[in-house]
Design a protein around this ligand. Structure first.
Ligand SMILES: [Zn+2]
Length: 319
């Protein structure tokens, strides 16, 4: 699918975490479930019935909320900024924050879709031990889910890499606006934001980027970083441990909307399979976990999870 797919160890490549919302794949209306899909989901429900389930979700779950899936079948190849580049190169950092300043509001406006609501319903119905998500969009929480590990971080928070203090992205938006008066309107005039409402706003003028003022930590003057796990950066240990706890207390693992390109997600599939727990994968396109799956379903994630709510937690079907 993409030539950079093989990433070893804990290294992750959270596409959405790189802020550029560029090259959004066109997202059409999700096709409904075919009779064959429905039959497969009844088999899945038979496997899962009575078992506590851990749910692992990825970018494919949020495409219906207008957030592009960089690894989906239609995703354009792109080279994400690495942790080392972000930390080591002030000009790349400036470029990153300029784009982030333009693009982050898009994710802030995104709303949970049927898949997020279904996941929250499964949790409230007691089916799930928890949700492990590779998405940074916080849409599981927005849909009402309470037990969520944001494996790759969250878009709405930034951290100081020197003193460790964290800030809301809303706060940074105010600071960046003060440091860069007129920047957003200048970008707008250049056609960037206006011409790509669903994608990363393109900066047409390099001058705009070159003049962008990056904010520093208000407490210590240190280097700020979005609370994302960048490519080349490890997932914090506590998140990994909480995820394994969810998996250990589950009898099965359902993967929804992830191609399992990076080890940060694939390792949970490997662990479940090693422990003899059935792995169900719902994803359009091949995944690295397919050989370990008891069932692989290529169908819409939102519709499929919604059907599982009907089958496993019928009392929640209207939630
Ligand atoms: Zn600081």
């Amino acid at each position: 699918m993409n030539g950079n797919a093989a990433v070893g160890g804990d290294k992750v490549r959270p596409g959405i975490g790189q802020t550029g919302f560029r090259q959004a794949a066109p997202v059409g209306p999700s096709a409904g479930l075919t009779p064959a899909d429905s039959a497969v989901l009844e088999t899945v429900a038979d496997i899962l019935r009575g078992l506590p389930v851990a749910l692992l979700t990825g970018a494919g779950l949020s495409t219906d909320s207008g957030i592009p899936d960089y690894r989906g079948p239609n995703a354009a190849p792109r080279q994400p900024l690495t942790y080392q580049e972000f930390m080591g190169d002030p000009e790349l950092r400036r470029r990153y924050w300029a784009r982030n300043h333009i693009g982050w509001a898009h994710m802030k406006r995104a709303e949970p879709n049927a898949g997020h609501r279904a996941a929250a319903a499964l949790e409230k119905a007691g089916v799930l031990t928890g949700i492990i998500t590779q998405n940074v969009d916080r849409l599981h929480e927005a849909a009402g889910a309470g037990t969520v590990v944001d494996l790759h971080g969250r878009f709405d928070r930034i951290v100081c890499t020197d003193c460790g203090n964290s800030y809301s992205r809303d706060f940074l938006a105010v600071v960046l606006a003060e440091l860069n008066p007129g920047f957003l309107s200048a970008v707008e005039e250049a056609g960037g934001a206006a011409s790509a409402p669903d994608a990363d706003a393109e900066l047409e003028s390099e001058l705009l980027i070159a003049s962008f003022n990056v904010a520093r930590c208000p407490l210590c003057g240190g280097l700020l970083k979005p609370d994302f796990v960048f490519f080349g950066e490890n997932v914090p240990r506590d998140r990994v441990e909480r995820s394994y706890q969810m998996l250990d207390s589950a009898g099965a693992l359902v993967v929804a909307g992830s191609s399992l390109t990076v080890m940060s997600g694939l390792r949970f599939v490997k662990k479940a399979a090693k422990d003899g727990k059935p792995v169900i994968i719902i994803n359009r396109g091949a995944t690295r976990g397919d050989p370990l799956a008891a069932v692989k379903l290529e169908a819409g994630v939102g519709e499929s999870l919604g059907r599982l709510v009907e089958l496993l937690a019928p009392d929640w079907r209207n939630s």
